[in-house]
Design a protein around this ligand. Sequence first.
Ligand code: C5P
Length: 219
Amino acid sequence: LLPKVLAGKRVLLTAGPTFEALDPVRGLTNSSSGKMGFALARACAAAGAQVTLVAGPVSLATPRGVRRMDVQSAAQMREAVLQALPGQDIFIGVAAVADYRPRQTAAHKIKKGTSSLTLELDANPDIIAEVAARSDAPFCVGFAAESRDLATYAEGKRVGKKLGLVVGNLIQDGLGGDTNAVTLFDATGAHVLPPADKSEVARGIVAHIAALMETPHGQ
Ligand code: C5P
């Protein structure tokens, strides 16, 4: 049996990609299976937490005991997060949120016929940065999936978005698969977790979060 290191805690997570519609059948999205976020939701529940999972479009079963809210776009993900936020102790943003959305969504299917098509995009809100900036912010954990310079970008996100912890991984080590190799970046430095399947990595992340929350000032 796993130690209940998050007993009595409420945890809110985002997972999966977002989908930003261009028309009724097309859209912009990120490549994200949702497996790491779902594994973390499961690990948090197993550690005794009350878990709410805001999921983008993924085909994964809801972990036992987890409350799930399904969304498509970043705007919908933000709404769901803000709705579920009151009373949360921990927010973990695992979702691969699309950075931009089409300025317009066509009501009907866009027809081909022109030799080129220009899309106008607007920046999406940064959900975790908004949550972390609140006066009643829970302990915030972000993810950084990078193709290079992991430590620099992950540390930049931790400081820039005011997060207690950033879980960094190189895209080639984790995307889509069942295993992952991550490094945890917190105020004390970088901590490498051994490469393992995503459920094992999730348990390591949960243990680290629980330990950080026990230290004075939480981070
Ligand atoms: O996309 P980026 O690498 O900046 O993502 C880092 C962290 O910020 C992740 O935890 C991600 O879930 C979160 N994020 C978010 N809203 C965005 C973009 C990223 O919550 N619009």
